[in-house]
Ligand binder design. Structure first.
Ligand code: PDD
Length: 286
């Protein structure tokens, strides 16, 4: 039985509740973060906290009361739940007003809801899937226009995952105006020769915390990085591809829309970047 955190209290998961009037439930009026845990320590925590603060500000949502204690709460949940490898999920919503209403409630009267829980994932770093690589399909990107804000509006990404499964693949890459935006829950990259290409940062994609670290490590390792959109045709013709996120780190992609990349096994750039990312982020974990 997990211990979770809800609005200031550590509780057994079965006793933790949120109102049916919570705007997270009624309106998907919420934002979230997922921070990975390796060796019982938090990876890229400062980046996740900074992005959370930005998401809240962009939506004019107040900070939860415990905002300044978030590092301590993350650490306490990791400790009491004995997490060695896994994730900490955090969600903030605009809270529960007295009734359903499209207008935002008065922030002085309705406080944001804050929920955190851990997910134990042994083998997250030494992942069998990372050794094999994943298969992706392409789908239309029909999400809203502010994908830079990490909201809990995850129905379409969830449908995308199901479309991928139905096609015998692992994930979907979303395409808008002919160019790949990102994966359902990760940033997307292709590699040709020594050059890594990934979409530039705008409101069209989430500004991945793992992306920022991986691109920094790639540049430090003298790899060439180009931040621009790319087509599915270009991706299919690439030497290799991969995705990044807090839950997968660097995950090689070996097939796109049924087309194998290279020899159909994880490429050297993706493997090397996964190694560097794991090594460096373990060192910097808090
Ligand atoms: N997803 N793009 C999207 C749409 C995402 O949902 C995520 C993260 C990323 C990668 O961001 P980061 O490197 O900061 O994790 C990119 C998380 C892991 C999730 O929804 O579970």
């Amino acid at each position: 039985m997990r211990t979770v955190f809800v609005n200031g209290e550590y509780l057994p998961e079965t006793e933790a509740t949120v109102s049916i009037f919570d705007r997270g439930f009624l309106m998907a009026d919420g934002v979230y973060e997922v921070t990975s845990v390796l060796d019982g320590k938090l990876i890229d925590f400062d980046g996740h906290l900074a992005r959370l603060e930005r998401s809240l500000a962009e939506l004019d949502m107040g900070k939860p009361d415990a905002f300044d204690d978030l590092l301590e709460i993350h650490r306490e949940l990791v400790r009491v739940n004995g997490i060695d490898e896994g994730l900490v999920y955090l969600q903030v919503t605009r809270g529960a007003a007295a009734d359903r209403d499209f207008a935002f409630p008065d922030p002085d009267e309705v406080r944001p809801t804050l929920v955190l829980f851990t997910q134990s994932k042994p083998g997250l770093a030494d992942s069998a899937q990372a050794k094999q690589g994943i298969k992706v399909i392409s789908i239309d990107d029909i999400r809203w226009g502010r994908r830079d804000i990490k909201t809990t509006q995850l129905l379409y990404p969830s449908m995308g995952k199901m479309m991928a499964k139905a096609a015998g693949a692992d994930d979907a890459w979303m395409v808008e105006d002919g160019k790949v935006t990102e994966g359902t829950s990760n940033n997307a990259y292709i590699v040709t020769g020594n050059r890594i290409v990934t979409r530039h940062l705008t409101n069209d994609i989430l500004h991945g915390i793992t992306r920022a670290a991986v691109l920094r490590f790639a540049r430090e390792a003298q790899m060439e990085v180009e931040e621009r959109g790319f087509t599915i045709e270009e991706a299919k013709a690439a030497d290799e591809a991969f995705v990044t996120s807090a839950s997968t780190f660097v995950m090689p992609v070996v097939e796109i829309d049924g087309q194998r990349l290279g020899d159909g096994t994880p490429g050297p750039v993706a493997r090397r970047l996964r190694e560097i990312y794991l090594e460096e982020s373990r060192k910097a974990a808090i």
